[in-house]
Design a protein around this ligand. Structure first.
Ligand code: ADP
Ligand code: MG
Length: 689
């Protein structure tokens, strides 16, 4: 007989669903949190309209007050409570399809009632269906403020929420966290009147300004919120400075030889950002710099020179890329630059065999490898960063938050944290950079290498495929190469593979005299590589590809890009893809094929692509089309953490908050502490993730 296990203790009965529980579910635990729970709209109960005029308001909600004459349950057309009431001017029916028995007593004849709702002409004459109402006395005064309507959770009534907030307002400490001089300088309202107005606006308030959140009371709330965010971000930035890093002091032999061997001169922009990076790397605290530059602006050379500084200073450098294709390309390119100069380059990706991985790790741990290139396999647990002086992350926006945190924590384990250089071709609009990226320094390469001609973009109906294929043939006959990109099909990877395979078959048979290759995400890394090699080497004239080629691939001889179903791509993706051509001196063309009919957003996107090749402009328009939340993914954008401010419309406030944060941190620690305590309380950690 099996032994009888003692019964696990019964889980305790769930805590009673008290008001406090319901409030906690909304994140309202403290009095201050309640007070900062601001209304989403208001109802005007400050005015009463004569019943006779109430039906002339065109369906807008109105409030009337009258005395109940009759109150009966009617069964025609169905069971309902029908209450007639009148005032000096006329009669109105209140009709309730769902009602409690007690309501027949509450609304007995002779009761004075204030009712709010929309008046319609219905079955029983002028009527309000399910009005909000309350029983009043003739002497009951009208409220003097608009009635707030709060965001509320299930089972939590507005009345209960209002009362809880009113009580909290009696208890909190109202002192202003900000110095009067700052308020005056920015023409900001003091805290208390701003909060009081938002909870209980006087009837003559500019209601539009309240709804649009442009009222000065809202401005004050937004500023406070943004200031808290900036203070918190800047503090974590300062905390980073207290961490140690090995300063990389030598810009020596390797850097010099590398520069001397380059077949071109650095552009002015490359030189400028290189100086910024070199300066940071010499500091005894970790650099965290974001290097932004449009597609093709030449970030890789700058990264290689940063790596050279680490190696010249006796430390290792790591270069991490989001895909195997890109990592491999970096490996080859940088190995080709560095190996002849005597640098030991190692390679680590997820697809290596176990033994090869161990070897690579060994080279990394022993310090034998000086430059290590790979994918995020590099930040997995078994790899130790003991000698690493610099980590370079290419196309960093392609890495998820989790991977970024892993990298950050990886660095924390080491006694000396590595410097970090993050690169991105997706230009981040200024306001986003100041919030989400507030703890990064930012360098921008705002100039393309000379001799590039802008890519000409055409939008072409998919029906005209035959003409497009002729252009492919013509380009190949001129010795040029062609990318043919098939869309991402989100619903099904198999389907995506199918479309790429179909396009490959179609092009191969339409262009029998050309070599057409196919590359997609399902290929084994070695096969993927061999196709890429044959394309890079010029053996393949046409490369049919899925979006695996989106990032970083660099084949200067390719001058025609065809994108099928371009209407399915996002703007930044189209820009990245288009950036694969126009890298040589030949004039390049990008054909965006679309399937009619186009929706309005897709039409705008394609028009933007035709109008401009400037990545920053495209990002700006993208932000307009999509809003900042989606631009980087809600969780990453910084917007997700903001309740009141809007990164797009409140740009000046973001800048003002940033300036103020810098000054307060330098000069006024007590204000910083007070302000963070009020606005973040225990949530500060969350902001840093
Ligand atoms: P991205 O910024 O998109 O990563 P890359 O670093 O891949 O751009 O550079 C794009 C191409 O431009 C490469 O072929 C690179 O060798 C070349 N390149 C980079 N800098 C210069 C320069 N100053 N002059 C000429 N060509 C350059
Ligand atoms: Mg690149």
């Amino acid at each position: 007989m099996p032994a009888v296990k003692p019964k696990a203790p019964r889980p305790k009965a769930p805590a009673a669903n008290t008001l406090a529980d319901k409030l906690a579910r909304l994140g309202l635990r403290t009095d201050m949190e309640l007070v900062l729970h601001l209304p989403m709209r208001y109802e005007d109960e400050t005015r009463v309209v004569p019943i006779r005029e109430a039906n002339f308001t065109g369906g807008a909600p109105v409030q009337v007050e009258g005395v109940v004459r009759t109150c009966e349950v009617s069964f025609r057309p169905r069971r309902q409570l029908v209450v007639t009431m009148d005032d000096d001017s006329g009669t109105l029916v209140m009709r309730f399809l769902n009602f409690y028995g007690s309501q027949t007593k509450q609304l007995a004849a002779g009761t004075r009632v204030r009712a709010r709702g929309e008046v319609r002409h219905g079955f029983f004459g002028d009527e309000m269906v399910h009005p909000a109402y309350k029983v009043v006395l003739e002497s009951t005064p009208l409220p003097t403020a608009l009635t707030p309507v709060y965001p509320a959770g299930e089972g939590l009534s507005q009345v209960a929420l209002r009362r809880a907030i009113e009580q909290a307002m009696q208890r909190i400490d109202w002192h202003d966290t900000l110095p009067a001089a700052l308020l005056e300088k920015l023409a900001l309202w003091p805290f208390r009147p701003a909060v009081e107005l938002l909870h209980n606006p006087p009837p003559d308030v500019d209601e539009n300004a309240l709804m649009e959140r442009s009222h000065p009371a809202w401005t004050r709330m937004k500023f406070d919120e943004l200031l808290a965010q900036q203070l918190s971000l800047k503090r974590s930035q300062d905390a980073r400075r207290t961490k140690g890093s090995r300063p990389l002091l030598n810009v020596g032999k390797l850097s010099g030889a590398f520069l001397a061997g380059l077949p071109f001169e650095l552009t002015g922009a490359q030189q400028r950002v290189l100086e910024q990076i070199r300066h940071d790397l010499r500091q005894p605290w970790p650099m965290q710099r974001l290097l932004q530059g449009d597609v093709g602006s030449g970030k890789t050379v700058v990264a290689a020179l940063a790596a050279a500084q680490a190696i010249d200073s006796g430390m290792q450098a790591i270069l991490m890329a989001p895909t195997e294709i890109l990592a491999d390309q970096h490996f080859r390119k940088i190995a080709a630059w560095m190996a002849p100069l005597g640098v030991q380059v190692a390679w680590l990706t997820g697809s290596l065999r176990k033994k090869e991985k161990e070897q690579a790790r060994e080279q990394i741990v022993s310090g034998q490898a000086q430059l290590i290139v790979g994918t995020h396999a590099l930040i997995q647990d078994a790899v130790q960063f003991s000698h690493v002086g610099l980590v370079i992350v290419d196309e960093q926006h392609r890495f998820g938050v989790a991977q970024r945190l892993a990298l950050r924590n990886k660095g924390l384990e080491a006694e000396n944290q590595p410097h970090q250089l993050m690169m991105s071709a997706t230009p981040i609009p200024r306001t986003l950079a100041m919030t989400y990226y507030a703890d990064l320094e930012v360098s921008v390469i705002d100039e393309l290498p000379p001799g590039r001609s802008p890519v000409l973009t055409r939008i072409v109906d998919q029906n005209r495929r035959d003409e497009v294929i002729e252009r492919v043939r013509a380009a190949a006959l001129e010795g040029r190469q062609v990318y043919w990109v098939c869309p991402l099909i989100e619903e099904s990877e198999a389907l995506q593979l199918q479309t790429a395979t179909d396009s490959h078959a179609m092009l191969s048979s339409a262009l029998p005299d050309l070599q057409v290759g196919l590359v997609h995400g399902r290929l084994k890394p070695a096969d993927k590589q061999s196709v890429m090699d044959r394309f890079t080497g010029g053996e393949l004239q046409v490369l049919v590809a899925t979006t695996v080629i989106e990032v970083g691939v660099d084949v200067p001889n390719a001058s025609l890009m065809v994108i099928e179903h371009a209407e399915r791509f996002g703007l930044s993706q189209l820009h990245q893809l288009r950036g694969r051509v126009g890298r040589g001196s030949a004039s390049s063309v990008c054909l965006l094929l679309y399937q009619a009919p186009l929706g309005p957003i897709a039409r705008q996107r394609l028009a933007i692509m035709r109008e401009t090749t400037d990545g920053f402009e495209i990002a700006r328009r993208d932000l307009q089309l999509r809003g900042p939340g989606e631009f980087l993914g809600a969780r990453q954008s910084g917007q997700a953490m903001l309740r009141f401010a809007d990164l797009e419309t409140d740009q000046w406030l973001v800048e003002a908050a940033r300036d103020a944060a810098g000054r307060l941190l330098a000069e006024d620690a007590p204000t910083v502490a007070r302000h963070l305590a009020r606005w973040l309380g225990e949530r500060e950690d969350y902001l840093k993730a």
